[in-house]
Design a protein around this ligand. Structure first.
Ligand code: APR
Length: 228
């Protein structure tokens, strides 16, 4: 494999999706074994479902937290965390990058480890296997602080992410099907702003925005790819 000399780049950005966590044992959303094949998002991952039956939706997310805690970050996560000054934008809500030691991770789609009250705007960090409480002190149900189907992304987070994409000179996309917007537009944005763009995916998207495509798994490719 042609290796990348990291000192040639000043601003390296990793952009990750569910495939990044696949080798840790966290299922992807689409494709074989995908979460949305087993569960109907209209029952578990949209505001309407939460309004209809908050406890059912919370229990679903609690199960996902338990499944994630049973998994560990893999060597690929550790490689990313070990590159000084690197930026990470992830669509993942599992917190794996942080568990591997990455800092300042931009979580485009929120996180399993935070709840919020849409009535009084309280935000609660909660990292346990089970939720400490399902209700806010004000009496309303707490809602997983995640971007569900039909939700708007947080504009502050999107602005921050886009700025990082525009500033980077090496953009490495890993494990995303590139089907969910606005994230799906980030590779093209990076290329437009002059970054060298790479995709790592066992089933590459074939997107023309990539200068280079590496057909392989994140956990196998990342430890071999860089010259430090
Ligand atoms: N290494 C790299 N890529 C992998 C691996 C692996 N080991 N295993 C699978 N992949 C790739 C698949 O080929 C696929 O292209 O990961 C991608 C996973 O795609 P999706 O399941 O669609 O995940 P993602 O793109 O992150 O989904 C985006 O959709 O449902 C929403 O909010 C959810 O953040 C999620 C968003």
């Amino acid at each position: 494999m042609d290796r990348i000399t990291l000192s040639q780049y000043r601003r390296i950005l990793f952009f990750t999706g569910a495939g990044m966590s696949a080798e840790s044992g966290v299922p992807t959303y689409r494709g074989k074994g995908g979460v949305w094949k087993e569960y109907d998002y209209e029952e578990y991952a949209c505001q309407k479902a939460f309004d209809r039956n908050p406890e059912k939706v919370l229990r679903f997310h609690e199960l996902r937290r338990q499944a994630v805690l049973d998994c560990l970050p893999h060597e690929g996560h550790r490689v990313i965390a070990g590159i000084p000054g690197v930026k990470v934008i992830t669509q993942n809500i599992d917190g794996m990058h942080q568990r591997a030691g990455s800092e300042g991770v931009i979580e485009l789609h929120g996180t399993l480890w935070r709840l919020r009250c849409d009535r009084c705007r309280t935000v609660v960090e909660d990292h346990g296997k089970s939720y400490e409480t399902l209700k806010c002190a004000c009496g309303a149900w707490l809602r997983p602080d995640i971007i569900w189907f039909g939700d708007m992304l947080d504009p502050v987070v999107v602005r921050k992410a886009k700025r990082s994409v525009e500033e980077c000179d090496l953009f490495i996309s890993i494990g995303t099907s590139g089907t969910v917007w606005p994230a799906a537009g980030f590779p093209a944005l990076a290329r437009e702003w002059g970054a060298y763009c790479i995709e790592i995916n066992p089933e590459p998207s074939g997107g023309r925005e990539y200068h280079r495509t590496i057909a392989g798994n994140a956990g196998a490719v990342l430890p071999e790819l860089f010259i430090f």
